[in-house]
Design a protein around this ligand. Structure first.
Ligand SMILES: Nc1ncnc2c1ncn2[C@@H]1O[C@H](COP(=O)(O)OP(=O)(O)OP(=O)(O)O)[C@@H](O)[C@H]1O
Ligand SMILES: [Mg+2]
Length: 324
């Protein structure tokens, strides 16, 4: 990994509701290097979007950040920034393409208004300069600059997605969070857009936190991948290794839930059982009820993400010896 752009340390996020407090993100720590694509995977409800929103400090009640630090290169701990300092930081240093990006555009404003709004709010540019910048951004995502005066509904789904990505790029951020950036698109357009994002990343050098349910896309486009389970990060590895030689039984299960990218067809087995109810966290490992490899420590000793070998981290007692 290159020097870290962002270092997340022991991030905890709770949803505080009438039916109880839910710890949706528990002690999550990872770094993303400068220019690195870090993929975050795991089944629905494991906390990926909660991490993403918390890093941008766009989480809303009942979600509260209850612990941890988030160091961003040159800024110290961004969780300690005032709201005003965070507004200046957001979009210019770190931007985000939302899970429902297709709905992120305002249907009653032309794209020119929407680009100018973002650019002029964060810079000293005049309207004329902002329009010129917006035209340049459209060209970057392969849309003709004359389309700037069109409304969102006049664009296809793939083009709208590229517009949202262009807005995320508008202020040359050092990091972009992409939460399911292409889920609503067909597979061909998905791949085209990801290739475009990758080319832009190579050109401008930003880092990416990439969240998707599509593990094969994630392996293709990420340098490293972190796997979350029930609010915890349970494995981190280079993307080429994570499914081939998984350490954590959950990662192994994820790998056998997807067809392999290469090689012969194999039977998909999946992972038995259901995700954990976050209101009923067991003692020991959170994956214990679904794991075929448990031993006594798994039912008594909490797990902790630890280095198993250089570049490989897991929180499974089978490898960490924390329970022996
Ligand atoms: N407003 C809320 N109140 C209570 N709990 C919530 C709320 N929003 C989310 N959660 C809980 O937080 C957990 C994490 O949700 P999150 O949306 O971060 O998951 P995710 O990994 O992004 O899922 P998906 O893959 O479906 O997008 C879930 O268990 C969810 O039930
Ligand atoms: Mg999500």
């Amino acid at each position: 990994m290159t020097d870290p752009q962002i270092s997340i340390r022991n991030l905890c996020v709770d949803y505080i509701t009438d039916s109880g407090d839910v710890r949706a993100v528990n002690n999550v720590s990872f770094d993303i290097g400068k220019g690195e694509v870090f993929g975050l995977a795991g089944e629905s409800g494991c906390g990926k979007s909660t991490v993403a929103f918390s890093l941008m400090r766009l989480h809303k009640p009942p979600a509260f950040i209850t612990g941890g630090e988030v160091f961003f290169d040159g800024h110290g701990d961004i969780l300690k920034k005032t709201d005003m300092a965070m507004s200046a930081f957001r979009w210019s240093e770190m931007s985000m393409v939302f899970q429902s990006a297709m709905n992120a555009l305002n249907p009653v404003l032309t794209m020119e208004e929407q680009f100018c709004d973002v650019i002029m709010r964060h810079t000293n540019m005049t309207r004329k300069q902002a329009i010129r910048r917006a035209e340049g951004l459209l060209e970057i995502v392969d849309i003709h600059p004359s389309r700037l005066r069109d409304y969102p509904h006049q664009f296809s789904g793939g083009m709208r997605q590229r517009l949202v990505i262009a807005i995320a790029l508008a202020l040359n951020p050092k990091m972009i969070i992409m939460d399911e950036p292409t889920t609503a698109l067909d597979v061909v357009v998905q791949r085209e857009i990801l290739q475009k994002i990758y080319a832009l990343k190579e050109e401008f050098g930003f880092s990416i936190l990439f969240i998707t349910h599509d593990l094969s896309l994630m392996v293709e486009f990420s340098d490293r991948i972190g796997i979350m389970y029930s609010g915890e990060l349970i494995e981190v590895a280079p993307s080429k290794q994570i499914l081939e030689t998984p350490y954590h039984p959950y990662t192994e299960g994820l790998g056998s839930s997807f067809p392999p990218l290469t090689g012969p067809k194999t039977r998909l087995t999946g992972i038995p059982g259901n995700p954990l109810n976050l209101l009923e966290i067991p003692q020991g490992c959170r994956f214990q009820a679904r794991c075929g490899k448990t031993h006594p420590a798994c039912f008594s000793t909490p797990t902790q993400l630890s280095q198993i070998e250089p570049g490989r981290l897991s929180n499974c007692h089978l490898f960490t010896n924390t329970g022996n």
